[in-house]
Ligand binder design. Structure first.
Ligand SMILES: NC(=O)c1ccc[n+]([C@@H]2O[C@H](COP(=O)([O-])OP(=O)(O)OC[C@H]3O[C@@H](n4cnc5c(N)ncnc54)[C@H](O)[C@@H]3O)[C@@H](O)[C@H]2O)c1
Length: 266
């Protein structure tokens, strides 16, 4: 499904990967709803889209609040007349210290934003996308949703959940003409990869900057391109696409299959 003439909604579009996807979608002709808890970042993305001649509107959204999720979906339909594409992208890493030392509420917050909000955002969007005749939902998972990620086990748990949820929604294509896929990026140069260290102070941040300066980092635009592939290629449904620096994006098969198990049927 090409984005031209369609209505798209991107959560966490006030920064990083979400902003890059919003710009790419608008560049491809979609009207884009920018949903973020960060009003200034969201407004800046709208300015950037409009500066390129595209159409965008911001709606303040805390993805951990179901009433905000309902409101952002209603906003898309009111403002642009329909909803066809949703990118559940808002996310955080868990601030230090690492599990199990962290207080309960720090890992609850990660699970709420990185997993619960993807589930609730999808549930809020499905009726509207159905009303619009069908479409695509893309979830931002992570490489940490496919492999172990020792620095942040809670983040890894939530992102594995996003991959499992995405794969298990393949039935929506037949039921509602909605394809659901997820993107699994490696390390991307966005504010997120510095936030944990920044919360510990300037010394920790300088250390992380030093480490990052020796790492190959992807740009948010690289991930946005992969998201557009997942949107436009009608064959892709229930898929997880890994995007790693220096390699071609690759669809990742589940590690095992139970083809004969009726529970796996669509
Ligand atoms: N940067 C990486 O290396 C990397 C790698 C793999 C996956 N990801 C994932 O990509 C997604 C985007 O991250 P990013 O790197 O662009 O980070 P970012 O910090 O640049 O952007 C995240 C955005 O989400 C918003 N957000 C946070 N909590 C929110 C809430 N409760 N409600 C609404 N919006 C909220 C922030 O305000 C911010 O604008 C996340 O899901 C992240 O887990 C990032």
């Amino acid at each position: 499904m090409g984005p031209n003439g369609k209505v798209a909604l991107v959560t966490g579009a006030g920064s990083g990967i979400g902003r890059a996807t919003a710009l790419a979608l608008a560049g491809a002709g979609a009207s884009v709803v920018i949903a973020d808890v960060d009003d200034a970042g969201g407004a800046e993305t709208v300015r950037m889209v409009e500066g390129n001649g595209g159409k965008a509107a911001f709606v303040h959204t805390d993805v951990t609040r179901s009433e905000d999720l309902e409101r952002m979906v209603a906003f898309a339909e009111e403002r642009f007349g329909a909803l066809h594409i949703v990118h559940n992208n808002a996310g955080i890493s868990t601030p230090p210290p690492r599990f199990p030392a962290a207080p309960l509420d720090s890992w609850e917050k990660t699970v709420m934003i990185d997993l619960w909000a993807v589930i609730a955002g999808t549930q809020a969007a499905v009726p509207a996308i159905k009303r619009g005749g069908g479409g695509v939902i893309i979830n931002t998972a992570s490489l940490a949703g496919l492999i172990a990620y020792l620095p942040d086990p809670i983040y890894a748990a939530a992102k594995h959940g996003v991959v499992g949820f995405t794969r298990s929604l393949a039935f929506l294509k037949d039921e509602a003409n909605i394809r659901v896929n997820c993107v699994c990026p490696g390390v991307v140069n966005t504010p997120m990869i510095r936030k944990g260290a920044a919360s510990l102070g300037p010394e920790a941040l300088a250390q992380v900057e030093e480490t990052l300066s020796r790492m190959p980092l992807m740009t948010p635009e690289t991930i946005a391109n992969a998201v557009l592939t997942l949107i436009t290629d009608d064959r892709l449904n229930g898929q997880a696409l890994s995007v790693i620096y220096g390699r071609e994006p690759r669809l990742i098969d589940p590690p095992v299959s139970f083809g004969h198990d009726p529970a796996q049927g669509r």
